[in-house]
Design a protein around this ligand. Sequence first.
Ligand code: COA
Length: 248
Amino acid sequence: MAEIISRREGEVQILTFNRPTKMNALTREMYAALATGLNEAAADFGVRAVVLSSEGDHFTAGNDIADFLANPPTGQDSDVARFLGSLLEFPKPLIAAVKGNAVGIGTTMLLHCDVVIASPSAKFSMPFASLGLVPEAGSSYLFPLLVGYQRAAKIFFTGESFDAESAQTMGLVASIAADPIGEALELANQIAKNPPQAMINTKALLKASKHDAVSAVMRAEFELFSLALQSDEAMEAFMNFMAKKGNQ
Ligand code: COA
């Protein structure tokens, strides 16, 4: 079974993280498949909305740490950078259904989604700095814009997690539902009935004022992130994670 499942239900494309035994940690190949899935959905006139979802109990535990060690993404043409580019440029309504852990890029990708629906058990975190890394996906710009500098700084510096209710108060999540995937599909189908060009134009207007700034910040973050990936601080954090797993 593919680790990213792309399937169509009517006019809605559903992209599902499907690596539940590894808490849907994202590998290079998964980013590549996600970028392809988004690009194809953008180009296909028949697709009116996309839902991002997951198999198992969690959304995603973020970037696969073994992959960070084996294949550190260092170029703007890396699979993760291509995925983030596709996310930034995605022109149609994008809805995320989040349950369980959404770690690292699992949270930062939500800043680009148009509507996020979370289960009551959803848990969000961005432990980049604790791992010797820096925020990515434009989050160093978008997150403080959303929640205010102080709250953003505390969350980035400590790596602390926050729950669905806090995420809703912050404005990261639109609603909380026991069945986030079901709700996301219902919403996507409702949106799919609306005039498609009006949806695309509305999204473009909503995103327009921040687009260029986000793009520039993403590039700058990526430069720092690539350097940080090769730092002693990050190496130590990754080795600690691998050793902890090895000892279990
Ligand atoms: N990369 C690779 N494997 C990961 C992973 C990641 N980011 N996150 C979880 N996994 C794997 C674990 O190794 C484990 O696999 P195993 O059973 O083969 O050992 C499985 O997923 C379940 O994770 P586990 O750590 O046992 O679950 P937990 O409930 O004890 O802890 C987390 C959950 C999310 C707190 C913990 O997995 C974690 O800290 N993961 C790393 C998150 C992270 O730092 N992501 C990168 C952000 S930039």
